[in-house]
Design a protein around this ligand. Structure first.
Ligand code: FAD
Ligand code: SF4
Ligand code: SF4
Length: 482
């Protein structure tokens, strides 16, 4: 087929991703977005103008070779598409699913100036899924340098750093405190957005090919310290994330039934709540749930609550319960991805905007029985540039809830800093590290991802892991001193 002219390409509409129907998916944990067929993927790939100076690449924190992989896909050469993709991104099936593409690569797409941008993330997922099935481009280990690196944490930053270092011939050991590798990818993001099978396959493939030693149930700061790792390893990378949740300081916060979104999602993911009722999980959910906050984590907690409620109700012949998202600002300020908010609304989540909790009530047994809230109005913009919420006097009202899930942000867990002498931290508890190299204030220790930035994104953590790996390599090869 002769290549299409740019004018013709601009006429092709952005291809929709098939999804499970809202009323069906609200009752299961299966993946919501079903992925492109080959036909849809190639049609979408036709929309790319193959720009000589592709701005989309500048919008990607790891610099994926976007026009190259899309062209190969369009031409039907899937192996070349995978090669182009994997030159910069080791986890495409994951990023294609969870990257906030609309504010990254796709926000810079030229087609987006007049039309909807090319669906780069969806195409990336298609290529990543092809590679998981075909395993056509296994990563290869470089000739051994004889140097040893310890990577603490197996989330996206640690995994990316480990993969890049192993490719360069360094011997890499990952230390992970939990029983499975993957970080927030496995214990935070729910199955219906990122199936465990996809994460496990990506990690096993990369770590297996590159002989990366992953040691789980290893808590650095307790089992071993950073100082002790430095006695055995030539360099240490810290990618320990930001897993310590914040809570509101309001009366009643200690009642049973108040929990953090991180704790709730970890339970759902690690205690197999997502396999209920086939698996007899200890994860429980109330009949009236309020999730406080409106970021991506809040959406995940609300949508998991709804699914568990629906399944329990079906099993017990009851009416489904209710899940509210309670947010102190308006819809315009919601920090979650629009797609996630839209999916949540379609599934039946109720949004209470301009509403802030001020007290939680308990019964005589210490269980949550309600929450007092106050209505808000928007005032002047605050330091974040968003208009700040101001309480409306006399507008208090009570909500009938039995579970309150707080999704209000997180900071790094300080356990890993035991015996990390000289490692500077900010007043928010994040590690001070050079943005370009990941070097910390402690010799031979690098850091990246959420432990440095605070809660951010998968791809920004991967970008930090990549930059640190490049600098660690220079250091180990003797090209730069500490
Ligand atoms: P993490 O993924 O947090 O990994 C850190 C790892 O270090 C963990 O496995 C932890 O167990 C381990 N660890 C911690 N302390 C120690 C220790 N002392 N010893 C050994 N190991 C330790 N981002 C997106 O881009 N898209 C999304 O859709 C999205 N959804 C999200 C949904 C939820 C529920 C959450 C919580 C986050 C979401 N994010 C999303 C954010 C994203 O997942 C994180 O920014 C990213 O995972 C950070 O990667 P990381 O490698 O820095 O840390
Ligand atoms: Fe876009 Fe994320 Fe893929 Fe980069 S990794 S090209 S930002 S979807
Ligand atoms: Fe293709 Fe858009 Fe990137 Fe241009 S900016 S190369 S059209 S994806």
């Amino acid at each position: 087929m002769a290549p299409l002219a740019a004018k013709e390409r601009m006429k092709i509409a952005r291809q929709d991703m098939p999804v499970q129907e809202a009323d069906v998916r609200a009752g299961n944990f299966d993946e919501v977005a079903l992925g492109f067929t080959l036909e849809l993927a190639r049609m979408e790939a036709e929309r790319c103008l193959q720009c000589a100076r592709p701005q989309c690449v500048d919008g990607c924190p790891v610099g994926v070779q976007i026009p190259e992989f899309i062209k190969a896909l369009r031409d039907g050469d899937m192996v070349a598409a995978v090669q182009a993709m994997k030159a910069k991104n080791n986890l495409p099936a994951i990023c294609g699913r969870v990257c906030p593409q609309e504010v990254q690569c796709e926000s810079r797409c030229l087609v987006g100036l007049k039309n909807q941008p090319v669906a780069i993330g969806r195409l990336e997922r298609f290529v990543g899924d092809f590679e998981l099935r075909s395993r056509s481009c296994p990563p290869t280990r470089g000739a051994s340098t004889g140097k040893k690196v310890a990577v603490v944490g197996s989330g996206p930053s640690g995994l990316t750093c480990a993969v890049d270092l192993a490719r360069l011939g360094h011997s890499v050991t990952i230390f992970e405190s939990l029983q499975n590798p993957g970080g927030v990818l496995v214990y935070g993001i729910p199955e219906f957005r990122l199936p465990k099978a996809v994460i496990n396959a990506e990690i096993e493939f990369a770590a297996g090919c590159l002989e990366i030693d992953i040691r789980t149930d290893y808590v650095i700061g307790r089992t071993l310290t950073i100082g002790e790792l430095l006695q055995e390893y030539d360099a240490v990378f810290m990618g320990t994330g930001a897993g310590l949740p914040s809570f509101m300081r309001i009366p009643g916060i200690n009642f049973n039934g108040v929990l953090s979104a991180n704790e709730f999602l970890t339970r759902v993911n690690l205690m197999k709540g997502y396999q209920f009722p086939q698996y007899d999980t200890p994860v429980k959910i109330g009949r009236k749930v309020a999730v406080v906050g409106a970021g991506n984590v809040a959406m995940d907690a609300a949508r998991c609550s709804l699914r568990l409620q629906t399944q329990h109700a079906r099993l017990n012949g009851q009416q489904p319960g209710e899940v509210h998202v309670v947010y102190r600002r308006s819809r315009d300020e919601v920090p979650a991805r629009l797609e996630e908010v839209h999916h949540a609304e379609e599934e039946g989540i109720i949004f209470d905007f301009l509403t802030n909790p001020i007290e939680i009530f308990g019964d005589e047994r210490g269980n949550v029985r309600g929450m007092r809230c106050i209505r808000q109005q928007l005032g002047e913009p605050d330091a974040s540039g968003r208009r700040s919420p101001v309480p409306i006097p006399g507008s208090e009202f009570d909500m009938d809830v039995d579970t309150v899930i707080m999704a209000l942000g997180t900071s790094p867990n300080p356990l890993v800093f035991v015996d990390a002498e000289g490692l500077q931290r900010t007043r928010h508890g994040t590690v001070v590290a050079d943005q370009d190299s990941g070097r910390t204030t402690m010799p031979k220790v690098w850091a990246g991802g959420d432990v440095v930035t605070g809660a951010a994104t998968v791809i920004s953590a991967m970008g930090a892991g990549k930059r640190a790996a490049a600098d660690i390599d220079h250091f180990l090869q003797g090209d730069s001193a500490w």
